[in-house]
Design a binder for this molecule. Sequence first.
Ligand SMILES: *Cc1c(COP(=O)(O)O)cnc(C)c1O
Length: 377
Amino acid sequence: MIYLDYFATTPCAPEVVDAMLPWFTQDFANPHSTHGPGQKAAHAVEVAREHVAALIGAEAREIVFTSGATEANNIAIKGAARHVQRMGGERRRVITSAVEHKCVLESVKSLESEGFEPVILPVDRHGRVDSASLEKALSVPTALVSIMAANNETGVLQDIPTLSALARQAGAVFHTDLAQMAGKLPVSLEHVDLASVSAHKMYGPKGVGALYVRRRPRARIVPLFSGGGQERGVRSGTLPTPLVVGFGEAARIARGALTVEPERLAQLRDVLWQKLRDGLPGSVLNGAKVPRLPGGLNFCLPKGVSALDVMAHLPDIAMSTGSACSAAELAPSYVLTAMGLPEAEASRCLRLSVGRFTSNAEIDRAAALLVDVARVS
Ligand SMILES: *Cc1c(COP(=O)(O)O)cnc(C)c1O
C-alpha cells in the first residue's frame, strides 16, 4: 500500500504511541482528581498543553483541549457569536468563505436560526479569499469572521495576517481553522482571537484537538457543553490523558521538524507532480499560482479520464477526490467548484498528499502506476 492521503489523516508517530501507552494502564487516574496519581496525570496534561501552545506561538493557558478540530470550530464559531449576542451588541453578521471545512460552513449556517446573518465569501480561481470582498462584507456590523489558514483539499493558503487585521479593525472576532496548517508550516496568531487544531493531522491520535483562545485582548465564548467546568469552563468533560499526552508529543516533534520537513515534502511533491505532468499531458494543477502547503497536490486529470475510475483501478494507493469526510459523495468537490471549475473538470481531480513517512521510491512507483492507469482509461 502506498499512502498518499496525509491531508485526510496521518499515522500516529511511534514516539507518540510510546508516550501514550502508560496513561492508559498504570497512570490511568483522572487528571482532575486531587490525589497523587491524579496530580501526576494533571502534570502530564500541562506539559502537553505547553507543547501544543509552543507549536502555534501561544501561551499554555490559551489552549483548551477538545475532541478535535470539528469540536473546536463549533465552540469557536457558535460560542463567540452567542457571546456577542448575550452582551446585547448589534453585531449579527457572521462571515466565512466558500472553501471552509464542512464543520465551519455548517456551524456558520446554523447560526441563522438564532438571528445571525451568515455571509459566505466567494474565492477567486486560485482558491483565495479577496481582502477587498472581506472589507466590503465587514461594512455591516459583524460579530465573527472565520477563515481557514490552509485548505484541506487544495492546500491553498489564505493571507491570514491581512484578513485578520481587517476583522480586528472592524471590531469583529477573528477565528481561523489551523487543522491543516499547524505542524506543517509556522503559524502567526497576530490579530487572531480563536484558532482550531487537530492532533491526527500532525501524527498524533484521532479524537483530540485544541482551541486557542486569546487572552490579551480576551476572546470570550459561551461554552457548548454544561458540566464540571474543566478547561477554564470553555469545555467541560474529563480530559483523555493518553490522547492529550500523545497530542503534546506530536506537537513537540512537529515543531522540531519545522525547519527541515516543509522543504523535504515540497520536493517530494514537486517530483510527483513533474512525473504526472510529463506522463499525463493536459493535467492541470489547482492553486498552482498561489502559496500552498508543501505536501499536497490537487490536480485535474486530462480530458476523458475520471478520477473515480483511476482510484478504482488503484485500490492500493490511498488517495482521494475531495475531502475525506465527503469522499462517499459522488458530487464533485464544492471547494473546486467554488474556485470556478466546471463540475466535469472537478470530477477529474485527484488529491495526493505526502508526509513524514513517504519515500522517494513510493513517489516513483505511485507516479508510474497512476500514469499507466490514467493513460488507458
Ligand atoms: C481534518 C480537518 C478538520 C476536522 O478535524 P477533526 O479533528 O477530524 O474533527 C477541520 N478542518 C480542517 C481544515 C481539517 O483538515
